[in-house]
Design a protein around this ligand. Structure first.
Ligand code: SF4
Ligand code: SF4
Length: 360
């Protein structure tokens, strides 16, 4: 029996993070369902970036994407992060999420919320970690940083998700422009009954990234209620990012990235050294010495020096027993406990408001 198949789908993310390294498998996949986005955030180059030239006509079909989930399952992946671009631009996103859930995956999605209010009902119960991106407690500088008018949609989405009983939280990209707004963000998250997940902005396409001294503002609130700050991430950031002689990033070992046209992006989406067709041949390829060498090389390329890409670095912490592992585990255990506390609080207050969360 496959050990992973007997674990409940809604087991805490921490269990997933522990299982991957134990089984020597990648725990997570970033599945880029699209490179298109209807926002133009100043800290992102996905829309209009070098990848966005890929025509939608070349994207993998719904059925083809579902087959990729079967392959990911065989490779041992536990958690699929539906990413983009803006994933809700995919008309078939509900079908894809449902297929992932039917296969026992935990699902995660981050949305800019512009389309969530009109699709919330369709997505209900299909996402285990639902991230809403918000850059400030009020409309500014959120709308300026996002280069759209999505603030009102985010607030509306929080209220809708709460009433639907969805597992939502706020992702706050900490930048030099909004680092002084943390206390307002905490107040908002307490009011909206969710976690505030702080993600420092990193530098990767000519943007500046956050100044190191600003990170202390995140550290100062790490033990506040409703807040999630990962101490392992702060440590890596402070040290100047991944160092190739002692890598923190184990992309390819911990995390896989799949493109909308069905390629494994090696070692990661942000720096692609090789694109490998993602079909059933990959199952055998992952057993070869060549793949093991490639896994060993991820995080050690010249371009990996000083990289602070937390999307790959965070899951990598669990593949190496060191100080980052301990710091990250402490933060993640606290996160899981805090999430449960907030969920209980939310249920109680919904009940007192007379809101009945109907079965999905
Ligand atoms: S919403 Fe997301 S994908 Fe779109 S521009 Fe902003 S950060 Fe990039
Ligand atoms: S260190 Fe950065 S560039 Fe290198 S594999 Fe990891 S995420 Fe990619």
């Amino acid at each position: 029996m496959n050990l992973q198949s007997i674990l409940p789908t809604r087991a805490p993310a921490f269990a997933d993070l522990a299982l991957g390294p134990l089984l020597g498998k990648p725990v997570m996949a970033y599945y880029y369902v699209t490179y298109k986005c209807n926002a133009r955030c100043v800290f992102c180059n996905i829309p209009d970036g070098p990848m966005d030239v890929l025509p939608v006509s070349q994207y993998t079909s719904t059925q083809g994407t579902i087959e990729h989930f079967d392959i990911l399952k065989r490779l041992g992946v536990r958690l699929i992060d539906f990413t983009g671009g803006e994933p809700l631009l995919r008309k078939d996103i509900g079908t894809l999420l449902r297929a992932a859930k039917e296969r026992g995956f935990r699902t995660q999605m981050t949305t800019n919320c512009t389309l969530y209010p009109r699709r919330a009902q369709e997505l209900r119960g299909l996402i285990d970690i639902l991230n809403f991106s918000l850059c400030s407690p009020g409309p500014e500088p959120h709308n300026t940083l996002r280069r759209d008018n999505s603030y009102d949609s985010v607030i509306q989405s929080l209220d809708i998700a709460r009433r639907l009983g969805e597992p939502y939280q706020i992702i706050f990209v900490l930048t030099n422009d909004n680092a002084d707004l943390l206390s307002g963000m905490i107040d908002l998250c307490r009011e909206k009954q969710c976690i505030l997940k702080i993600q420092p902005e990193w530098e990767y396409f000519g943007n500046d990234g956050i100044a190191i001294e600003q990170l202390e503002k995140a550290r100062a609130i790490a033990l506040e209620k409703n807040v999630y700050v990962n101490w392992g991430e702060l440590r890596v950031f402070k040290a100047g990012g991944n160092q190739i002689e002692d890598r923190a990033c184990k992309a390819g070992n911990a995390v896989l990235a799949i493109s909308p046209d069905g390629y494994l992006l090696y070692p990661c989406y942000h720096k692609i050294a090789q694109r490998i067709k993602f079909d059933w041949n990959i199952v055998d390829f992952f057993e070869t010495e060549k793949w093991k060498e490639m896994q060993d090389k991820a995080g050690k390329f010249k371009f990996c020096d000083d990289c602070s890409n937390l999307c790959y670095i965070h899951p990598s912490f669990y593949y190496k027993l060191d100080r980052n592992f301990v710091l990250s585990a402490m933060a993640d255990i606290r996160y899981v406990k805090e999430r449960r506390r907030i969920e209980r609080q939310r249920k109680r207050s919904l009940t007192s408001e007379g809101v009945v969360i109907a079965a999905e």
